[in-house]
Design a protein around this ligand. Structure first.
Ligand code: THU
Length: 161
């Protein structure tokens, strides 16, 4: 038996000011997206923004429903919105932030498992890694180079075709 280990690389920034100019703009866009969150059941706002290869930024926020399983995550709203506005234009980066009136001092919140799988699907479609930036309410940032870092041993198209 071989014991294996998977290591994950990520960058940590103390504040938005420490990030690149491109990243600062994208992080501000995901913060701006919080305003359109529809989250009366969780009171947990999530904002997301996708930077496309054509330089456009497309936003999304979580959209809840009284039938809880139908709640849509901000990341997927942003990605599907981006694809529909600019079909086939690849994604460079996706940024996510959260706002809670109950808990403000949490680490940057990562995308849920389903959103990680959807980001990975776009990586496979575009054959290109998508950077993932996570911004906490208090302004700390974690940055991953690819969905693969958040989804080790990912289930991808190589298993099927
Ligand atoms: N949520 C997101 O928008 N993205 C995630 O990756 C995790 C969870 C939303 C769904 C729901 O509206 C609220 O956060 C609480 O789970």
């Amino acid at each position: 038996m071989d014991q294996k280990e998977i290591k994950i690389n990520y960058a940590y920034y103390e504040s938005i000011a420490d990030c690149s100019a491109d990243d600062q703009i994208l992080l501000q866009a995901c913060k701006d997206a919080l305003i359109d969150s529809y989250s009366p059941y969780s009171n947990f706002k999530v904002g997301s923004a996708v930077l496309l290869a054509n330089g456009k930024i497309v936003k999304g926020s979580n959209q809840e429903n009284v039938a809880y399983p139908m709640c849509e995550c901000a990341e997927r709203v942003a990605m599907y919105n981006a694809w529909h506005q600019y079909p086939k234009v690849s994604f460079m980066k996706i940024a996510v932030t959260t706002y809670s009136s109950i808990k403000s001092d949490t680490p940057p919140a990562p995308p849920c498992g389903a959103c990680r799988q959807v980001i990975f699907e776009y990586e496979e479609r575009f054959e290109k890694a998508i950077e993932i930036l996570l911004l906490s309410q208090s302004g700390k940032i974690i940055k991953f180079k690819s969905a693969r870092d958040l989804l080790p041993l990912a289930f991808g198209k190589d298993f099927l075709i």
